[in-house]
Design a binder for this molecule. Structure first.
Ligand code: ADP
Ligand code: MG
Length: 288
């Protein structure tokens, strides 16, 4: 669905503020995947994902979306913007219409869809994002923080993009709000089969939702593998200044204490299974 070949991006080339944000990045993301993107602040996550819908143009290298070279024909960029929906950090600052319904309808309207189809999409997207129908007629400014965030995400989902890219969609929300937004995104992914790319600094979130993880460091790919295999390198992630899920830390600690237990554990259900297996192998499960 997305293929990057030797992607390089330089801010302010040839000027005093020149910054090489992406060095030589190559990877492929398959259709229908749920990919987490992690890495320390400033490593190039936002720069990378804003390439996916043509906001940034590679300084060099190629980017293919759905098999097509994105920059081969600049007239096609507009089409790509509809194919790849990008939810920016703090997207609620971009709400501006008189009503929530109009805000959600903004993208589909730009796509030139007819009124009925727009209506259908507004309702479907708001249902996906857990927005009550009654809120649609309100001004976006009357909504709570979490509701505003969900309205902004609904506006992107309403374009029914083949790829949904979210930059820290849960930032600044309380744990309940985080969980709600991410499980809505997950449901969108599962029910539509669309590709989802989630940038997050929460390892908990990545562990719970992503199938694959792309780790960026200083504008380069440090790792790109299944979630399980990436968290199997927990110590390397910690050395990079990243965190790992709390549960992974527990298992790292158990190993450091001399227990012969695997430390590639990154979700609670898998932790339970691992402990049961460990106890069974020890033959001491009965008194645990
Ligand atoms: P991340 O999202 O991982 O925190 P960014 O993609 O925002 O990283 O930034 C990557 C690098 O590019 C950083 O060194 C950052 O300072 C620099 N950068 C980001 N945006 C700009 C910009 N508009 N102008 C100049 N440098 C920028
Ligand atoms: Mg960023």
């Amino acid at each position: 669905m997305i293929k990057a070949e030797h992607l390089r991006y330089v801010y302010n080339p040839g000027m005093p503020g020149e910054t090489v944000a992406l060095k030589d990045v190559s990877f492929e993301i398959e259709e229908g995947a749920f990919v987490g993107v992690i890495g320390p602040t400033g490593c190039g996550k936002s720069t990378l994902i804003t390439h996916f819908n043509g906001i940034n143009k590679p300084t060099s290298g190629k980017l293919y979306i759905d098999g097509e070279d994105l920059w081969e024909d600049p007239h096609k960029i507009r089409e790509t913007r509809f194919k790849v929906g990008l939810v920016f950090q703090y997207p609620e600052y971009q709400l501006f219409e008189e009503t929530v319904a109009k805000d959600i309808a903004y993208g589909p309207t730009n796509m030139g869809l007819d009124k009925e189809e727009i209506e259908r999409r507004v309702h479907r997207a708001s249902a996906f994002c857990g927005l009550d129908e009654a809120l649609l007629a309100r001004s976006p400014f009357e909504l709570s923080g979490g509701q505003k965030r969900r309205a902004a995400i609904a506006g992107v989902i309403a374009m029914e993009p083949k790829v949904l890219v979210l930059d820290e969609p849960a930032a600044g929300l309380d744990p309940e709000g985080r969980e709600q937004i991410l499980s809505e995104v997950k449901r969108w992914h599962d029910e539509t089969g669309s590709t989802v790319i989630l940038v997050s600094h929460s390892m908990e979130d990545i562990a719970n939702y992503a199938d694959r993880v792309l780790v960026l460091k200083d504008g380069e790919i440090a790792m790109y593998d299944t979630t399980e295999r990436v968290f199997d390198h927990a110590q390397e992630l910690l050395d990079m200044g990243l965190s790992v899920p709390q549960i992974t830390k527990v298992f790292l600690r158990l190993r450091a204490m001399g227990l012969e237990i695997t430390d590639d554990v990154y979700t609670i259900p898998y932790a339970v299974k691992t402990v049961k297996k460990f106890l069974a192998a020890k033959g001491g499960g009965g008194d645990a």
